[in-house]
Design a protein around this ligand. Structure first.
Ligand code: C2E
Ligand code: MG
Ligand code: MG
Ligand code: MG
Length: 280
């Protein structure tokens, strides 16, 4: 009986492995096709400076405008693209679109908006990352001072030495770095000190419960203080209520991002938002 059960399990396992393989290959082909057909688009979410009360940056967030499935969230395809190496061409496409958009906004008078682009730690294992970023900057005419790359501390897991080398070269080009999702991983203070980052983004899980006097509130306060003592700016991500926002401002948080100030939106909607905020 046990043997039979074992055999069934084996078959079940084998089948599901097979299905996974098929799904992976289908996905790979589909991502390639989507890239060729320009289905990967960017939405932009504003970041507000607490001091000036102005929009000082946007985060570019990729969506897949799939011909059959409609608009897909990055959660459904970034992982696949990381596993099959397509994150490199996809990442280049994203960076190119973001830089082109930024240069266009400058040309119509929307000036000085920082463009924050998410870079997967997998992109750090590509030897040509620095070259590719430099090429895209040259081709688009992007001012590297306006380009911020959002990385997570998992880049440090790749190989701290390689990562440091790449980051240092990118910093020399003029690009800056933001450490995304802070508080979710190891959140090692030694990474904060070792990596040449300019800014830290507190993960939205902390922001969710920040208004209740609890662990999250204590953590957020501590993170802000430590970041400031290291000369880093702090962004709070996932702010949905004015209560959360007021509390973060009172805790000396520098920059706010969240649905309260704007959901990720198309480029035209962002232009309208900027014009509206100038009128008011
Ligand atoms: P992330 O970089 O931490 O981006 C923030 C996510 O939080 C975005 O989800 C954004 O829409 C969402 N968000 C912002 N404000 C709020 C809020 O007030 N409430 C709630 N509930 N959510 C909020 P999104 O666009 O689905 O992206 C998810 C993740 O996918 C990103 O997390 C990032 O890790 C990855 N991703 C997105 N775009 C790219 C990209 O262009 N390249 C790479 N490599 N990864 C990307
Ligand atoms: Mg991000
Ligand atoms: Mg984040
Ligand atoms: Mg995230």
């Amino acid at each position: 009986k046990a043997k039979e059960l074992g055999k069934n399990r084996y078959e079940f396992y084998e089948k599901s492995m097979n299905e996974k393989m098929v799904l992976k290959h289908k996905m790979e082909d589909d991502i390639r096709r989507g890239l060729a057909e320009g289905e990967f688009i960017l939405h932009y979410q504003p970041q507000l400076d607490y001091k000036s009360k102005k929009i000082i940056a946007v985060e570019a967030l990729v969506r897949w405008n799939h011909c059959k499935k409609g608009l897909l969230s990055p959660m459904t395809f970034i992982g696949f693209a990381e596993d099959n190496g397509l994150i490199t061409p996809l990442g280049e496409h994203i960076l190119k679109v973001a830089c082109t958009q930024s240069v266009y906004w400058e040309s119509i008078g929307i000036k000085g908006i920082i463009m924050a682009v998410n870079i997967s730690s997998k992109q750090f294992s590509n030897r040509n990352l620095v070259q590719n970023v430099q090429r895209i900057i040259n081709e688009t005419g992007m001012d590297p001072k306006r380009l911020k790359l959002e990385i997570t501390e998992s880049v440090a897991m790749e190989s701290l030495e390689t990562t440091m080398g790449i980051m240092t070269q990118l910093k020399e080009i003029g690009v800056s770095f933001s450490l995304d999702d802070f508080g979710t991983g190891y959140s090692s203070l030694s990474y904060l000190k070792a990596l040449p980052i300019d800014q830290l983004k507190i993960d939205q899980h902390f922001i969710k419960n920040v208004t209740i006097k609890n662990y999250e509130q204590v953590m957020v306060g501590a993170i802000i203080d430590i970041a400031h003592s290291m000369g880093l700016k702090v962004v709070a991500e996932g702010i949905e209520t004015s209560q959360q926002s007021k509390l973060l401002e009172s805790m000396s948080c520098d920059i706010a991002q969240g649905y309260l100030f704007g959901k990720p939106m198309g480029a035209e909607a962002f232009v309208n938002l900027v014009y509206q905020s100038v009128e008011n």
